[in-house]
Design a protein around this ligand. Sequence first.
Ligand SMILES: [Fe+2]
Length: 330
Amino acid sequence: MNKGASFGRRDFFKGACLAGFMVATAKLPAVAEGERPKFEVGKRGAHSRLATSYAVVDIGLEKPFSVLHISDTHLADAYPDEHPDKVAAAVRRTKGFGERQEEALAESLEWARHNVDYVIHTGDLIDFQSRANFDLVRKYWGDALFGSMGNHEFYSYLKKGGTGRGEEYKNQSWEMLKAAYPVDPRFASRIVNGVNFIAIDDVFGSVQPDQVEKFKAEARKGLPMVLCMHVPFFTPHIELASYKFWRRTGKKFVGRPDAARPLKEGSDLWNQRNDPTTAGFIAYLKDEKLLKAILSGHEHITMEERFSPTAVQYLVGGNFLFAARELLFV
Ligand SMILES: [Fe+2]
């Protein structure tokens, strides 16, 4: 037995022993908030707080590469001279997300620079439209941003009409988003080492015919494809996890079957759409052998679940919580 193998064996037994000390979480004592130790930064330097998880996407590539997938940063800034509703939202929403959104993004990108080949953001990079937020996007991403929009990219947080839903509502924002983001907010494709990354907007739970057509045109290129979009497709275990995380209010998915878990009255039924275009797209994707992975966010949890015979759907947790996932494409 070589040295490496014996180390592995010892580690295994250490793990087995630890299992004997495991207690049911229900038996853990409750500790009041003020009695818990404060977070201490370790020795990881500029990215000390980044909570990275990892996954391997096996496509059979000649040239493997890595991607940092982040989502849901929720930058929430406004300049003092912006609309008072936005200035108020900046205070309220910055506090609500833990006041560390910009740091989390900066640390993620710093880490990405040194450790992975590419970075993809799957939406809600900003919490609402403001000059200050768009300046932050430019500051941290320059021209390097690739990914999809989130529902918050379409919100202005003005008291009148500041949030909405549906295609008509989105029409107010396309030009603004095109000017602010160096990526087509509705449909974009980048080919990296022979893999076609396709970012589409699905933020209100549906896709549109022009997006489906463009996707199928990309498929005709014959390359392995990775679909990047903010709101995930319904898969049963991700939905269950989301249901717990969001305190049983029900949460947003694309193509959620009517027969799935009942939603609390008044919850987000609007983005559980299963219109013919979206349903047709899902049925097509389930059979599309070139589809190798789906990257999404929105739920603020890190999880993955098989979507089709060839593709797993990967969700990454809220970047405002310092979550990020490295995907190794091999
Ligand atoms: Fe979202």
